[in-house]
Design a protein around this ligand. Sequence first.
Ligand code: VGL
Ligand code: ZN
Length: 202
Amino acid sequence: MHPPHDALIVIDVQNDFCPGGALAVPEGDVVIPQINELLEEFHVKVFTQDWHPAGHSSFASSHQGHDPFSVIDMPYGAQVLWPDHCVQGTPGADFHPALNTDAADLIVRKGFRADIDSYSGFFENDHTTPTGLDDYLRSRGVTSLTLVGLATDFCVQYTALDAARLGYKVTVLQSACRAIDLDGSLEDARTAMLDAGVILDL
Ligand code: VGL
Ligand code: ZN
């Protein structure tokens, strides 16, 4: 067992990010058996769930003339436009059926505000609107985090950078993560995480 101040954060292991899903991450489902084993080794276990209303502003379909994976300027900065994914109440937004969701202490939903995307489990993409996760972890005495899930270069990276900024010791377990890898985004994410003091474990 890991010590009680170490939490496992399972990021966005949902059908739409797995093969066959709307925004499939290559090999996204391969990480699930390892995550299920890890869930037995931690006292504090939190899942995040991408949870968008239909017509969300991060969807290319909400911006006429813009294709999926293009980038636009939003009031809070650059935003990649995605295929419609993880729409609230749809099967794509459900956790993958092989994931042991019974093990979760807390499920944090994010991205539910129509006008702003949220990659990080801690803050929306404006980097200021909190999800409540920091307060929860503090109230349970957590000081160090192990991050696993999807996708390494988006939600895992943003969660890791926010966590490091908030003062947590952060480890990203790369074998239990998979990336989208748009135009070198995985390498950029690795560099940014290392620069922020995040431990990239194998
Ligand atoms: C994610 C793109 C859009 C992720 C979520 O979970 O990494 N990526 N929404
Ligand atoms: Zn999303």
